[in-house]
Ligand binder design. Structure first.
Ligand SMILES: *Cc1c(COP(=O)(O)O)cnc(C)c1O
Length: 376
């Protein structure tokens, strides 16, 4: 059995080496390293993937979130609702722009923003909600969008982890991750479901005027060259990364299917184990398993389990060990933080197992066996 890894980017590359090498070589041959043809080609392909929505690619997923928030042109101190349990980048950009993150607790099963708790967090200063589609599963967007409509709030989807996921609304319609809110943000960090070989990100926008604004913000606030109409930033998708992403986007459906097959094998393998809860899949959702995250029963010592697994050659990760509201970046300035019991509980009990496109049946069986043995 090959060494087990959290992700196997090398193995994935080997299978598409010819296509990737050709794409990279072409960029080098053309020597159009900044905004080369491959960038526009990828934007177009990503737009098609999003039913023709506008796409502005950029330097990384954090920039995508920052650009999206900047486009809303909010007064300093405006309040942005975010989940208490997410990767900190979602919150960091809010702070960076002089806005105020207002946390809402998450659902203990889906790990996503709990719509039932949002209204209580809304004040006259609230301007936007940033739901995160965590670990590959869409947030419960239908009630979130209804609340946004009622209070006239913008919705920015943090879709860094769930490209290819979807959810079903009560009218039976299937809704694609990234196309439900006003703006959505993607990260192409190498380990993401669609990852490049460095940094990359994109903003997906349905409204044309908003798209034009976003395009200008990502390009020093210019609508036209050397006319800076507002303060923007410099955030570009590298041409080589764009060429790589165009190749990989074609494989994304298979990649997501491969992840789903691993998740299914884990689900089956852990079914009889009362001490671990496998990821809950909300009815009608297509989960793309960016992570396969267990929640451990209270009596299981997570650190001990993690070490024992490592001793057996099985890596595991804690996403995320500290909820956002308890991060020093916030508590050092505002020590009095509200408590978010579900986020706090999850940060103590979650454990993510290896899941990627190259996992072998033998590796999965071995992990299932070891996890079951160590959690008896
Ligand atoms: C990865 C990630 C980001 C940031 O993306 P980068 O490309 O690393 O800047 C933001 N939000 C979430 C939920 C993420 O997983």
């Amino acid at each position: 059995m090959e060494k087990i890894q959290m992700v196997d980017l090398k193995g994935q590359y080997q299978r598409i080496k010819t296509e990737i090498d050709q794409a990279i070589q072409q960029v080098i041959d053309q020597a159009a390293f900044i905004n080369g043809a491959a960038v526009q080609e990828f934007n177009t392909a990503l737009s098609s993937y999003h039913q023709g929505a506008y796409v502005q690619s950029c330097g990384n997923g954090t920039d995508a979130l920052q650009i999206a928030l900047m486009a809303l042109d909010l007064e300093p101190g405006s309040e942005i609702i975010t989940p208490a349990f997410t990767y900190f980048a979602t919150v960091e950009v809010v702070l960076l722009l002089g806005l105020k993150p207002v946390f809402v607790d998450v659902d203990p099963h889906t790990f996503n923003l709990d719509p039932a708790l949002i209204e209580a967090a809304i004040t006259p200063k609230t301007k936007a909600i940033v739901p995160v589609h965590l670990f590959g599963q869409c947030a419960d967007m239908e009630p979130i969008l209804a609340i946004a409509k009622k209070y006239d709030l913008k919705v920015i989807e943090d879709n860094a982890q769930s490209i290819g996921g979807s959810i079903t609304y009560t009218d039976g319609s299937t809704q694609q991750a990234g196309l439900m809110g006003d703006i959505s943000c993607l990260s192409f960090f190498p380990s993401k479901n669609l990852g490049c070989y460095g940094d990359g990100g994109a903003v997906v926008i349905k409204d044309e005027a908003l798209y034009k604004r976003i395009k200008a913000i990502a390009n020093h606030g210019q609508f036209q060259k050397y006319r800076h109409e507002m303060t923007g930033i410099n955030s570009r998708l590298d041409t080589i990364q764009a060429a790589i992403l165009s190749v990989k986007l074609q494989h994304l459906p298979q990649y997501n299917q491969a992840r789903q097959a691993v998740a299914k094998a884990y689900d089956d393998g852990f079914k009889q184990n009362p001490n671990i809860h496998t990821p809950f899949k909300a009815p009608g959702t297509v989960h793309v398993y960016h992570q396969y995250t267990l929640t451990l029963a209270g009596h299981i010592d997570r650190d001990q389990l993690k070490t024992a697994l490592a001793d057996k050659g099985i890596p595991s990760m804690v996403y995320y060990p500290i909820p956002c509201h308890q991060q020093k970046a916030l508590t050092s300035k505002h020590p009095q933080q509200q408590s978010f019991p579900v986020a706090e509980q999850l940060s103590r009990t979650v454990l993510s197992l290896p899941i990627h496109t190259e996992m072998q049946a033998g590796q999965i069986a071995y992990i299932v066996e070891q996890v079951n043995q160590l959690t008896q």
